[in-house]
Design a protein around this ligand. Structure first.
Ligand SMILES: *[C@@H]1O[C@H](CO)[C@@H](O)[C@H](O)[C@H]1NC(C)=O
Ligand SMILES: *[C@@H]1O[C@H](CO)[C@@H](O)[C@H](O)[C@H]1NC(C)=O
Length: 354
């Protein structure tokens, strides 16, 4: 009898992984930390970052759920849910994701939550649908690890906008190169005492030389875009304001290798210069790209919500829909159905859970 049960188990296992086409409507639920599932998740995160035009790159934190559907005549569709964490690298920064640290809890972390349908055919991945949103960690979580740390502020708060503008003006006054314009305020924190504003923002080079600008409104962004990313602080003092700013200017977009750092005399220790961008992650197929127009520097909210990343870009409908239409309530093959239940999902947490 025992061996009969074992045989059933093995048959189930085989069904899970081999998924022969005659049970085309059965999905399997492999462990979330299966190397193949990690590959799918890495592809999804890469796709997300390539489609982001604002905010920060995201790193994979946890694979929550996965279902694998066989697709006729061949291939598989991975229905995968992943959690990400915001890194400290801006999306315009060419630093490879592997070199981008995630934002720590004390700095007010932001978590992303994504649902992807990824098709694998001929060993190549492509995204069939993608949906994400993101939320900053709760104030309680931040206060637990750092009672006095400032929380994320509204990016269009007048003090934040003023700090970004003052910092950029200070940068433009010192630089010998192009005049830079504000593209996006990425995150900000307000400190009550001493009254200070910390702000991070993205900038873009114009066709004006900073030292010669008389009418900034007439300066146009370069056709061959050159972006930069700045971290600034503004302290209110009795005699006025004290601004410190560090901007990293990235290579023009046609030459995505490396970055130049232009530092102003600054009170803060500037972060280490980003390491040059390596070759793009493997030869992965990337689906349609969003080319939305950035909404301007002073949008509200404390962070760029990933919810806006794929709006109207990828559709949940696939050519043959049936591959992952969960409304059909298909037959499920599951690991360990006849033995003790082993939890395979969610998978491991790579950084921390918020
Ligand atoms: C700008 O040029 C001046 C004079 O040519 C030089 O002293 C200064 O170091 C330069 N600044 C930067 C940031 O390169
Ligand atoms: C910030 O943006 C929100 C909408 O996103 C708006 O309701 C609010 O009035 C804005 N605040 C300021 C100070 O502009």
């Amino acid at each position: 009898m025992k061996s009969f049960i074992l045989f059933l188990c093995l048959a189930q296992l085989w069904g899970c992984y081999a998924a022969p086409s005659f049970i085309a409507l059965a999905y399997s639920e492999p462990p979330c930390d299966d190397p193949e599932i990690e590959q799918v998740a890495a592809f999804a995160v890469d796709y997300l970052n390539k489609n982001l035009l604002q905010g920060y790159k995201n790193a994979l934190n946890q694979i929550d759920k996965v279902k694998v559907w066989p697709r006729r005549p061949f291939g598989e569709v991975y229905e995968i849910e992943i959690d990400t964490l915001e890194t400290t690298c801006h999306v315009l920064d060419p630093t490879p994701l592997a070199n981008c640290p995630v934002r720590q809890v004390a700095e007010h972390a932001v978590e992303g939550d994504c649902d992807f349908h990824v098709l694998k055919q001929d060993g190549q991945f492509s995204v069939m649908s993608a949906k994400c949103h993101s939320t900053p960690d709760s104030a309680e979580d931040v206060r637990k690890v750092c009672p006095n740390c400032p929380l994320l502020a509204q990016r269009n708060d007048t003090r934040v906008v003023h700090a970004a503008e003052a910092a950029l003006a200070a940068f433009n006054a010192k630089t010998n190169g192009s005049y830079f314009k504000l593209v996006e305020i990425s995150r900000a924190q307000l400190v009550p005492l001493p009254v200070s504003t910390f702000v991070e923002f993205a900038v873009a080079a114009t066709d004006c030389v900073a030292k010669e600008v008389t009418d900034p409104a007439s300066c146009k962004l370069l056709a061959e875009k050159q972006y930069g990313f700045c971290k600034a602080s503004l302290h209110e003092r009795l005699g006025g304001e004290e601004v410190s700013v560090t901007c990293t200017v990235f290579q023009k977009q046609s030459q995505p290798d490396g970055a130049n750092t232009a530092n102003l005399p600054s009170a803060d220790q500037s972060p280490p210069a980003p390491t040059p961008a390596g070759p793009p992650v493997a030869s992965l197929v990337v689906g349609p790209m969003v080319m939305e127009v950035p909404q301007g520097p002073a949008v509200g909210g404390t962070h760029h919500d990933l919810r806006h990343t794929f709006s109207g870009v990828v559709s949940v409908e696939s050519a043959s829909g049936e591959a992952f239409n969960s409304e059909k309530a298909p037959q499920v093959t599951q690991l360990g159905a006849a033995g003790p239940v082993v939890r395979h999902c969610p998978g491991r947490v790579r950084y921390f859970k918020i």
